[in-house]
Design a protein around this ligand. Sequence first.
Ligand code: ADP
Ligand code: MG
Length: 251
Amino acid sequence: MSMLSVENIRLSYQTVAGETHAIKDISFSVEEGEFIGIVGPSGCGKSTLLSCIAGLTQPTGGRVVLDGKNVDGVSENIGYMLQTDNLLPWRSIYRNVLLGLEIQKKLNEETKAYAAELLKKYDLWDFRDSYPSALSGGMRQRVSLIRTLAVKPRLLLLDEAFSALDYQTRMNVSRDVYRILRSENKTMLMVTHDIPEAVSMSDRVMVLSQRPAVIASVVKCDFGRRRDPVAVRNNPRFQLYFDKVWKEMSR
Ligand code: ADP
Ligand code: MG
């Protein structure tokens, strides 16, 4: 059984201006441990798709199944990372990392120890008493990821999570995030408009069509799991996968 299965999802938004068909008929499944990239033209329905998977939006038709259960609300097994790090400026790094646990009423010695372990493992322990303003954009995004991981989600959804970062930071953060999610054995779905980012970090890239979105194509990015998403950009196959995705997007 696949970890996640998206079955014939469709979604229309009703507004005063009329109806917007965001997603038409999307089906795919994801195996445990897979990293999936999702690219497509701006406004085609990528965020809508993630939101349906996260259980934040109820699709108009079809269903999302996670670990054999219908998703019909926000699931604790799913972590969401957005473009902004959403750290609270008045809380220290450590207390920011504990926030999700507090909200879910899971703060105890064991969960605190796990949060501390993540901070140590990913080189942020020395900054635990600092405030977000003292950290670089890349470090803040890493803190944000650790906060998401502290509640132990199995599936991570990233929506343009690196878009606010400058080019070099973005490369480094994508490498960090890749390494962290692989080493914690997570499964990931990542929406991005950056094709190289999608190709360098994903086992498969799904290309969505213009709105209403359907899956136009799926490109397998066969670099193995122990890859370095920055170094892989020099792999001869990188250009091949890039071209495939690009061609599908330019139709
Ligand atoms: P993407 O993330 O691919 O840029 P979105 O999923 O955000 O696209 O949006 C898909 C389409 O649905 C767009 O045309 C957008 O304007 C519309 N849309 C998104 N959210 C809403 C909403 N809450 N109400 C009405 N229309 C929406
Ligand atoms: Mg979006």
